[in-house]
Design a protein around this ligand. Structure first.
Ligand code: ATP
Length: 281
């Protein structure tokens, strides 16, 4: 199922400024895939195109081989969890969670069964009758996740879902999200500008910059083998040094002169030019 969700040369401009610029990527069924990049790089716009809230100017989107580019949001087997929860304030927790199934006209017995399953999944059994205003941020986000999952979407889109939470709660919710993903196995697409969140949660990450994809890889590969200076700086900002390549010592091993450090042995997966110009390690 390697071609589960295909984004094919998708572009979007606002006021004639390109915000997403011919982006292509393939997301596998069941993986946690993050869109990671600095503020304004276009990751939320790309997510909103997957949800169907924004139409691409060009390019196509395919889910399970079917072209979904022109489908309205409600016709896509996709649900979104928003940063601000977007719960109905006048409905209690179980009514919020039930909403999607009620709209789909499912039977009372089925809805009751599914509510219980979802409340258990997000550990909110004791709060079934609470109103959103009576919940903490983390609890509201659990309800939002349950509400988005109850319809069994093929893809769950998460738009910076933990950004409004404090650091400790964010770390706790990250492990909860991993546990929920393990339980349901739904494909998660997770938008964040937080490197640690993306690295700890994701199977693979697309690093974005100014509307383009810089690299798509596993967290380990991004960290150990960034393809360029932007990815290296964005993923692990303390490990960039400027130097001149002096000698080739092995297939991928170079002696590099670094100011203040003298000669440093460096591994490189790309060909480096001897003496010719400075390189970043
Ligand atoms: P953040 O992490 O801050 O949410 P992002 O990477 O998700 O950033 P987007 O929300 O996709 O970025 O926005 C990318 C750019 O597009 C920004 O410069 C933003 O101002 C602009 N933009 C987004 N939506 C619109 C819109 N509806 N109309 C005009 N410009 C928009």
């Amino acid at each position: 199922m390697s071609d589960f969700l295909v984004i094919d040369q998708v572009s979007k401009s606002f006021d004639s400024s390109p915000v997403v610029d011919s982006v292509s990527m393939t997301i596998r069924q069941g993986e946690v895939f993050s869109l990671l990049g600095p503020s304004g790089c276009g990751k939320t716009t790309l997510l909103r195109m997957l949800a169907g809230f924004i139409r691409p100017d060009s390019g196509r989107l395919f889910l399970n081989g079917k072209d979904i580019t022109d489908l309205p949001p409600e016709k896509r087997p996709v649900n979104t969890v928003f940063q601000n929860y977007a719960l109905f304030p006048h409905l209690n927790v179980q009514e919020n969670i039930a909403f999607g199934l009620q709209m789909a006209g499912r039977s009372r017995a089925f809805i009751a069964h599914e509510i219980e399953r979802m409340l258990t999944l997000v550990k909110m059994m004791d709060y079934a009758h609470s109103l959103p205003a009576q919940l903490s941020g983390g609890q509201k986000q659990r309800v939002a996740i349950a509400r988005a999952l109850i319809n069994q979407p093929q893809v769950l889109l998460l738009d910076e879902p933990l950004a409004a939470l404090d650091l400790k709660l964010r770390q706790h919710m990250l492990s909860e999200l991993s546990a929920i993903h393990r339980e349901v196995g739904t494909t998660f697409i997770y938008v964040t500008h937080d490197q640690e969140e993306a690295l700890s949660l994701s199977d693979r990450i697309a690093v974005m910059n100014q509307g383009c994809v810089e690299q798509i890889d596993t967290p380990r590969a991004l960290y150990n083998d960034p393809v360029n200076e932007f990815v290296a700086g964005f993923i692990g900002d303390a490990n960039l040094m400027l130097g001149i390549v002096r000698e080739r010592c092995g297939e991928n091993l170079f002696l590099v002169e670094v100011t203040g450090w003298g000669g440093v042995l460096a591994q490189a997966s790309v060909e480096l030019e001897l003496d010719r110009k400075s390189t970043r390690l």
